[in-house]
Each structure stands twice: as C-alpha cells, then as structure tokens.
Write a protein that binds this ligand. Structure first.
Ligand code: AMP
Ligand code: MG
Length: 353
C-alpha cells in the first residue's frame, strides 16, 4: 500500500481534509495530529476498520481503542443512556465542561452501535474530544466517530512527529496528515467513570487534583505506578509500552547520587562494549559521561519533559543506545505522567540510590 502524506497545520484551511475524511468513511486508515500524540484513525463504528487498526499496529485485539468525537453532544450516540448509567453521564458532562475539548479520555458504558471490535470486547467505551483543530476537522469529515490509538507500532514510543508515524506505518496505512510537532507529547489522562469513586487508569496532563475539583474523590489505579498485584484495569497497561530498543533503567534518589550512579553504570557498559545513553535534565546534563546524553528540558518546566520524552526515546534507537538510564520524575501533575511512561518504557526497572 502506498501511504500518501499531506500537510495540514492547525491554522490551515481544512478543505484539504475532505479526502482524508472519505478514506476513513470508506474503511481506510489515516494518521493525524492531536494535542497529545499522533493518532491512527479509522471509523469507530465499523468493526473492519478497528480490525485494520489492530493489524497495522500489531496491537493485541483485547486492547481497546479510544473513540474520538468532535462535539460533546455526540457522546450520547455512543454511550448507554440506561437509567442506571445516568449518573455516570452526568459526571461526564461536568468533566467535559471543565476539560473538553482537551487531553482527557472518559470510560463509560457503551451503546450497542459501538462494535466490540472497537472496545476490545468490553461493554465500556473510551471517549475523547480533542482540542487540536486539525483533529476536530478530520473527525467531522470522517463522520464524527474516529477510533484512534497512538500511531506507533505496538510497544514503541508514541509518535510526536509525522516522521515517526511514517517510521512505523509507512506502507501499512492509507494516509498521514503532517501537522508538525504535537503540543503535549504524552497521551491523554484516562478516567473510568463506571466505578465509584472514579478512577484514573492512565495519568496525563489532566491531573488527579484537577479531576477532584470537579468530581470530589478520585482514585488512581495502583498499576499506574507499578504497584498492586491486581491485573491493570485499562487492558493496555499490561503490555510493555513506549519502549526503546536498549535496556532501560530509571534511577531515583538525590541528584548527586543519581549522577554518580549513572556515570558508574555508563563506564561499566563501555567496558562491556555497549553504547550508553542518559535521559537527563538541563540542570544535570553537563555532569554525565555517557556516550549519548539527552536533556528533556529544565526541572522547572515539567511540560518540557512530557513534550520531549518520546522523541528522546526514539532518538536513542536511531543512535543505537544499548544501556539507557533515566532520571526519575515526581509530582502529581504531568510529572507523574512522565514517570508513569518512563517506568513502562523501563519495564518497571527502577533503582533507588
Ligand atoms: P492508546 O489509544 O494507544 O493511547 O491506548 C488507549 C488506552 O486506553 C489503552 O491503554 C486502553 O487499554 C485504554 N482503554 C481504551 N478503552 C478502554 C476501556 N473501555 N476500558 C479501559 N481502558 C480502556
Ligand atoms: Mg498507545
């Protein structure tokens, strides 16, 4: 298959998206920019489209897709309106007022029209209304309901640039819409509204505190930080994710200890003939003696770490890093989301120094 690439920046006229919309309506796949990462879009109400998405990504078919909409009212078409579900919808309405359009995905009981192929066999559906204007225009042109996981091969870092989409998807999908670099760089926060209290299944830009201001108490699934023995509730969380090709370790502790430990490990790697890489911050980057040192930005700007993390992980692959060490991040906002992705990329391999 020949993958067509078109360019459409957020401020461009959206007439150029008519072809992309018709590809999706006819059952094809189009990758497109959103404010979080690039998505791989297909018609969410067409089971064959969802099958194609799983195939293109090499994604296990029990890992459900997020359905993207382009106005709040469309949620009523894809979620259940049974009386026992009304309260969940009411909570969704309040969250939508506060955070939509934006990087928040809500889990709700699904309506019959949503095929099980899209929800990985679940009776719930994940819904998001993105704020990116190109994404919104594409969803509208495609008929209003676009299933879109991140546009990477399953297990690899999510794409923050169209060139990374092509790296994984060239020849496997019909079209890529190049909209430049994405803004946030990490996937949406996922909140499950079918449980009481509501539960965060994946941390993101919209933090627990922000959700609690609207909903009252909100829990975070233990699996987000690698704790807890229970199977993760977002099926996607049980798979290794975002992983670079090299072995990765997250190192947590006092700044000086972290730098010293990583430098020792980098020397050890060198003695074994392995290329070492460090995910550093502006404050520490000059202190590392590894083969490749990449800063994700200043500690004072957590959004920068989110925006650069996946790019750095892909660059380590390009440059052949075999032993990768990352500083740890904390906090309860985007810092928590960064740490969650780092731990997954490292297969939860973390060392405290
Ligand atoms: P991605 O689209 O690649 O960001 O992945 C979507 C994430 O949403 C995966 O981790 C899924 O497991 C999760 N997800 C999608 N639908 C549901 C659902 N109905 N219930 C729980 N998690 C879901
Ligand atoms: Mg993904």
């Amino acid at each position: 298959m020949n993958t067509k690439v078109i360019t459409c920046m957020e401020d461009d006229d959206k007439g150029c998206l008519a072809e992309a919309g018709s590809i999706i309506r006819q059952g094809g796949l189009v990758a497109f920019p959103t404010e979080t990462v690039y998505g791989l879009g297909g018609d969410a109400l067409n089971p064959l489209s969802s099958k194609k998405i799983y195939e293109a990504k090499g994604r296990p078919s029990d890992n459900p897709l997020i359905v993207h909409i382009c106005c709040f009212a469309d949620i009523y078409r894809i979620v259940s309106d049974a009386p026992e579900h009304r309260q969940m919808l009411e909570a969704a309405g309040r969250l939508a007022d506060a955070f939509w359009p934006g990087p928040l995905t809500m889990i709700l009981p699904k309506a019959d029209v949503v095929p099980f192929e899209t929800t990985g066999g679940l009776s719930t559906v994940a819904v998001r209304f993105p704020s990116h204007r190109t994404a919104q225009a594409l969803i509208a042109a495609a008929g209003g309901f676009v299933a879109a996981p991140s546009a990477n091969t399953s297990g690899r870092p999510s794409p923050t640039l169209a060139k990374y989409v092509l790296e994984d998807m060239d020849g496997r999908i019909d079209m890529v819409i190049d909209g430049g670099e994405v803004g946030i760089g990490l996937e949406s926060t996922i909140v499950d509204l079918t449980v009481e209290p509501a539960e965060i299944l994946r941390p993101g830009y919209v933090s627990r505190d922000m959700l609690q201001e609207v909903l009252g108490r909100v829990e975070t699934d233990k699996a987000c930080s690698g704790e807890g023995e229970q199977a993760p509730r977002a099926p996607g969380m049980k798979y290794r994710h975002y992983a670079p090709k090299g072995d990765m370790t997250v190192v947590s502790g006092k700044k000086e200890n972290v730098v010293e430990y990583i430098n020792r490990q980098a020397e050890l790697a060198k003695s074994e003939g392995k290329r070492s890489g460090v995910i550093a911050t502006d404050e520490t980057a000059a202190g590392y003696r590894a083969d490749i040192v990449k800063s994700v930005g200043s500690r004072t700007d957590e959004l920068s770490a989110a925006r650069h993390l996946y790019t750095v992980l892909r660059e380590f692959d390009e440059e052949g890093a075999e032993a990768i060490y990352s500083e740890a991040f904390e906090g309860d906002g985007i810092g928590e989301a960064v740490m969650n992705r780092l731990l997954k990329a490292a297969g939860y391999h973390m060392i405290q120094v």
